[in-house]
Design a protein around this ligand. Structure first.
Ligand SMILES: Cc1cc2nc3c(=O)[nH]c(=O)nc-3n(C[C@H](O)[C@H](O)[C@H](O)COP(=O)(O)OP(=O)(O)OC[C@H]3O[C@@H](n4cnc5c(N)ncnc54)[C@H](O)[C@@H]3O)c2cc1C
Length: 442
């Protein structure tokens, strides 16, 4: 049973082969890209929404279509006591999006990124051809999928490794008051064989929370982070928390990390809104729709805020410096920074992290007040600069300001040019730079 995958694939390929001009992905789930420059709207929209099924779960291997969300994947695998090696924290992130967009989670120190669990993929090229890639077949494309953001082709189907999972996760959180001790405890936890997940939240140099978590078969009491508790507050209040495994994997989804206000109205919303409205997909559609209407009606006002929604990774030995820089230079207005250790088994072609090396991922997922007298995206720019200066790399799902030369230097532009020539010689898809970078002066 392949849910009509072969037939859908054939129809799609025929449609695309007969057409000319640029193409662009269209899908039903909301996007998790945060970029703020106007995009090229002239490309033909290619609707891949129907490629959203889990095909099979067999022998700890997931066979899945590229537009399936991680929530649908976990719903299919969890009854068999299995989950993906890495499950991004938002329910509506898709398998294909996370492979090409460097998906991460709090167990990346053990399993690498989302793409490290990929065994093989079917990729739709812009001219309508569909090619299979793996470490042995079209291996250049396979190694270049991570960080390609759909600019070499679209993943229609993926085979991915799964791992055993118990029904619950036990989280233990320690509050610390020293950056160096916090980082050392986090690093040491990566060496404990029974620890499955590691994550930190910090607010100041003296308010740092380290959470280590393990799968468990039994839970004395399970927290309710959909209706009763706000996850990131709960772990500061209680050193021991038990969640169902699905709630743990998507723990930041109900509050979109920390982006739902805490007013009376929102307390009511949390308690009573239907589950279909209590998720990041709904919030993203709501915000996008609201902003579109405000713009159309001429009512949109600059609220003096910068969206600082970014992830940066530096080699572990530079973690303290990046942490201090962030704390000294950016005011998050009571919201936390989020960090996790990462170690990947392989270096992808377009994302230059060193294999078998511990990295420190720093994330910021909120709006921040723009500093007076500074240009737009001031915080994004200074943090990007610091990250590159420390030998780090940043993810490209959000705004990035680099010249083409600098971008090519960081993200292996020479190899990308060769791959583009081979897999999209007609340039029907934008280049990675066109899609992910913004002009330096913007
Ligand atoms: C607020 C926020 C929070 C985030 N949190 C997390 C997190 O917790 N964990 C995490 O891992 N990541 C996170 N990300 C990053 C996210 O994983 C990437 O942006 C990812 O690419 C989003 O995938 P998507 O399925 O939502 O795809 P989209 O946002 O729709 O698309 C992302 C890009 O991938 C391309 N693409 C989509 N589907 C395919 C496909 N099938 N084949 C080829 N290309 C495709 C699109 O063309 C586009 O360029 C976050 C991003 C944001 C903005």
């Amino acid at each position: 049973m392949d849910h009509g995958y072969e037939a859908k694939k054939r129809r799609l390929s025929e449609r695309l082969r007969g057409a000319a001009g640029g193409v662009q992905l269209a899908k039903r789930t909301s996007s998790n890209l945060f970029r703020y420059a106007p995009r090229d709207r002239k490309r033909r929209r290619l609707d891949l929404s129907r490629f959203n099924r889990v095909i099979s779960v067999n022998d700890a291997i997931l066979d899945v279509e590229g537009l399936a969300t991680f929530e649908s994947v976990v719903d299919a695998t969890m009854p068999r006591g299995l989950v993906p090696l890495i499950t991004p924290e938002l329910k509506h992130i898709t398998v294909g999006g996370a492979i090409v967009g460097i998906g991460i989670e709090s167990d990346c120190f053990r399993h690498g990124f989302v793409h490290d669990g990929l065994i093989e993929a079917d990729v739709l090229l812009a001219d309508g051809r569909i090619v299979r890639c793996s470490t042995t077949e079209n291996s250049d494309l396979f190694r270049a999928l991570p960080n390609s953001y759909g600019t070499l082709g679209y993943i229609l189907r993926a085979k991915m490794r799964l791992m055993p999972a118990a029904p619950y996760v036990h989280l233990q959180t320690t509050r610390m008051s020293n950056v160096e001790a916090f980082l050392e405890s986090m690093r040491a936890a990566t060496e404990q064989s029974d620890v499955e997940f590691i994550e930190g939240l910090f607010y100041s140099p003296t308010r740092l929370l380290l959470t280590v978590a393990r799968f468990t078969e039994r839970a004395p009491e399970v927290a309710d982070i959909l209706r009763r508790d706000i996850f990131y507050k709960l772990i500061e209040e209680r050193p021991d928390v038990y969640l169902t495994t699905k709630d743990y994997l998507f723990r930041y989804d109900p509050d979109w990390f920390w982006n739902l206000p805490e007013t009376g109205g929102y307390r009511f919303f949390r308690r009573f809104a239907p589950a279909s409205m209590r998720n990041s997909g709904f919030y993203k559609r709501y915000i996008d729709g609201k902003n579109r209407w405000l713009r159309r009606l001429g009512l949109w006002r600059d609220d003096g805020e910068e969206p600082l929604i970014q992830d940066w990774e530096v080699p572990w030995e530079r973690a303290a410096e990046l942490t201090r820089f962030a704390l000294d230079n950016v005011e998050l207005g009571g919201r936390p920074w989020i960090v996790t250790p990462i170690r990947t088994p392989a270096t992808p072609t377009l994302y230059p992290v060193r294999a078998d090396t511990l990295y420190y991922n720093l994330g910021c997922y909120c709006q921040v007040k723009k500093p007076r007298g500074k240009g737009d995206y001031y915080y994004t720019r200074i943090l990007d600069r610091k990250c590159f200066e420390l030998g780090g790399v940043k993810m490209l799902y959000s705004s990035t300001f680099l010249s083409q030369a600098e971008f090519d230097r960081v993200y292996n532009g020479a190899a990308y040019a060769r791959l583009k020539e081979k897999y999209d010689p007609g340039r029907r898809l934008p280049s990675l730079f066109e899609k992910c970078a913004m002009p330096l002066e913007a």
